[in-house]
Design a binder for this molecule. Structure first.
Ligand code: ARG
Length: 428
């Protein structure tokens, strides 16, 4: 391993201890690395503006950082266990390439604010992906609501037949829920998109850093003012982001559950796209809904990451090495959940519904609530109408109930007007 940044003299480092402390940092830091390089460029530009680096030095450092990023991207530079962490790798590269100049890059910053800004920039990109991914899933559900139009299906509560509804209402419901989760991602983004760089180890630095300029360079929406708040935010912003991610995975778990239930032979309402199912190694007859089943596991992955993050955060103020352990679970959860959420649009677009099976599962008794309200309109108090509608159930068979279903679904928000209102939200 190259010497750690903090090694001053001849002290012999215990290799096993170093490996324990570094843990999987060099692997996890590969995720953060491009953001760390970008923040390093912004930091050095800021040092240039306050006269700590010359214009020429900044230009040379920027050229080297570009080179580093290019080599990292195409695999010529690997962040591996030659380094204690990704931050060390940056300084080691710059120093190896430029000697004295590289040694200046860490002026007025600490790895404590360096990792904070890299993690926030990384998280910002993930939340933007979450925003786009939930929107794409919502759009697919909204399209499904439009194209399935008035197709009638049974609605269930307690998994018992309840009232007739429509595929449009079913899909609109999923679309709107996903848009709520998109709002949560945006709320998390507001918190994440603030720049902690320039707060040093947690107590500021004695140079008049151009924090606003660096923030603008990084394209972030504000600064974290207090160095202590910056340190104490580590893990907390990650947790908020995980919570937003969790909400989206809960939406998808419900949709996945609905589809796995409705695609059983017993329901027979929908066929999943072939390429989203797998076979059995033993039973030649099987097609298994593995994709929707694994979509159901996404909340578990995120909950695991939330639990791990929360457990680590039981700390007093300021930096503690414990905080290093907030990175891996967040990276893992976003990678897996975004991968899964990405399948939702194509899954929804390729579902094939069996309209006659849906209709056949709507039994006449399910009309009782609509009938009771029909009687209310004719002047009966609701409780009397309820009893009369119940008594009439044996006479429902053969009645056309579609008009009252469509009317109710439309009043319930899944008519054209409702679809347009959700579409409006999707466009925002
Ligand atoms: N790998 C460390 C982390 O992720 C970097 C910061 C190290 N800071 C320190 N004071 N040891 O937290």
């Amino acid at each position: 391993m190259t010497a750690p940044l903090w090694q001053k003299g001849a002290l012999e480092l215990d290799a096993a201890v170093q490996r324990f402390c570094a843990a999987d940092d060099v692997v996890v830091d590969r995720e953060l690395f491009p953001f760390d390089v970008r923040a390093t460029a912004a930091h050095t530009a800021g040092l240039g503006r306050i006269g700590v680096l010359t214009g020429d030095e900044v230009a040379r450092l920027h050229a080297l950082l570009d080179e580093l990023l290019a080599r990292f991207t195409d695999g010529r530079f690997v962040v591996d266990d030659r380094f204690e962490d990704g931050h060390t790798a940056i300084e080691a590269f710059l120093t190896e390439q430029s000697g004295e100049l590289g040694k200046k890059v860490h002026t007025a910053r600490s790895r404590n604010d360096q990792v904070l800004v890299a993690a926030r920039l990384w998280l910002k990109e993930r939340l933007q992906q979450l925003d786009a991914t939930t929107a794409a899933a919502a759009a697919a559900c909204l399209d499904a609501a439009r194209t399935t139009g008035n197709v009638v299906m049974p609605g269930y509560t307690h998994l018992q037949r309840a009232m007739p509804t429509t595929l449009a209402a079913f899909f609109l419901g999923h679309a709107e829920s996903l848009l709520d989760s998109r709002d949560a991602a945006r709320a998390a983004l507001v918190l994440v998109d603030k720049n902690p760089l320039g707060t040093g180890a947690g107590f500021g630095v004695s140079l008049p850093l151009d924090r606003d300029g660096v923030t603008a360079d990084l394209g972030m929406q504000g600064v974290v003012v207090s160095p202590q708040a910056a340190q104490n935010s580590r893990g907390k912003v990650e947790l908020f982001a995980l919570q937003a991610l969790h909400l989206a995975t809960l939406d998808v778990r419900r949709l996945a559950w609905d589809l796995s239930l409705f695609s059983t032979a017993e329901f027979g309402f929908v066929a999943l796209p072939d390429r989203y199912t797998t076979g059995s190694s033993l039973m030649p007859n099987k097609r298994n809904p593995d994709v929707v089943e694994l979509l159901r596991t996404l909340p578990a992955v995120v909950e695991g990451a939330m639990a791990e993050t929360q457990a680590v955060l039981s700390l007093p103020s300021s930096y503690h090495r414990d905080l290093q352990a907030t990175k891996a679970p967040v990276v893992r959860a976003f990678a897996r959940a975004l991968q899964g959420l990405g399948f939702v649009p194509a899954l929804v677009q390729n579902l094939r519904f069996d309209e006659s099976a849906l209709r056949a599962a709507v039994s006449p008794d399910m009309h009782a609530t609509d009938r009771a309200l029909e009687l209310v309109v004719q002047g009966l108090p609701f409780r009397d109408a309820y009893k009369q509608a119940a008594a009439e159930i044996p006479t429902y068979a053969g009645r056309s109930i579609d008009d009252s279903v469509q009317q109710r679904v439309s009043l319930g928000g899944a008519g054209n007007l409702g679809l347009e209102r959700v579409a409006d939200r999707l466009r925002r």
